[in-house]
Design a protein around this ligand. Sequence first.
Ligand SMILES: *Cc1c(COP(=O)(O)O)cnc(C)c1O
Length: 395
Amino acid sequence: MKAISNISSVSASALCIEEIQQIESSVAQFGSPLLMLDCDIVRQQYQSLQAALPGVILHFALKPLPHPDVVTTLLAEGACFDLATSGEVDLVASQGVPADQTIYTHPIKRDQDIRDALDYGCTVFVVDNLNELNKFIPYKDRAEILVRLSFRNAEAFADLSKKFGCSPEAAIEIIACAQEAGIYVKGLSFHVGSQTMNPQKYVDAIDVCNQLMRDVVALGLPALSTLDIGGGFPVSYSHTVMPIDQFCEPVNAALAKLPDTTTVLAEPGRFIVAPAVTSVASVMGQAERDGQIWYYLDDGIYGSFSGLMFDEAHYPLTPLRQDNQCYPSVLAGPTCDSIDVIAQNILLPKLENGDLIVAKMMGAYTSATATDFNFFKRATTIVMNQHISDELRVV
Ligand SMILES: *Cc1c(COP(=O)(O)O)cnc(C)c1O
């Protein structure tokens, strides 16, 4: 097989010496595959988004990484939380999150889901249609409503407005019916789509909501106090995206035009956790097929790399072994299914069984969507930097 020199598309230079040592000692201690969660990065991501969106109350959406250490880390930073299921309610409740720091944003709920959230003490709920609004008639003394609008976004990883959200006209109808039924509508929400690269999507949505908030008052309906601008903030996978402060500049300019008293919320998920997890898998075996070397790893599409199917993310992959001679290779997962392939035509040095492959940016929509297919156990998550070191702790 022809070796290609020095033009590896991947490189361990992305990893510093300390990281390599930490990876090797963690695998020695806990085995493979691993997911290494770094709470310091969770903190940094939260702080940088909060700095980029001053005055916006950040509610971490649990869905991309529902892990107790992420919850406690963010709680210590003063974060709020965005819940969508009773399981997520249980998770934040078990970590001592005060219910008034939560909102419940699944637009479609069973009565039991509503009662579970209310029993915990969460009182803010999202609806996007009249059928859903009517579910709150029995709870109208306790529940407050955000009406979710839909803004289509074909470019996003996940165009969430295809499945949820209503038009501004339908929102007015919902608000009017709520008024008649005695249900309090607190404000509006939207989600422009996950991994949205273009801030203009937020600007356009905020502008429409701004107009709608003014229309509501003009129609003699009660004024709306709150706008929830959702999640979707982008991170750099294999392509770099705009730095978050630059990304948020036009968003802040659009928010500045809202009525003065508006409370603004956001529901970031991916941005907070994607860079906080590094995965480690090891080579179980190998074969030469059609001019490429196939390496079979102990983690794959049905495990931590499920985001390749569900999320279209391209995680930066690096072998720990470095060599100038590289060969076109395939990285496959462990299951007996042929779709279980992580990367094809990737240039890698000649690997040995047991060698480690490291993937960065593995925190969002990875372990959350992993399965136990073929009885391959999910990767073990190990948690680093749970507590702020004493030098960093402000006293
Ligand atoms: C998934 C989801 C989020 C988080 O979105 P990201 O793109 O991960 O930031 C926020 N809000 C709702 C309602 C969601 O469904």
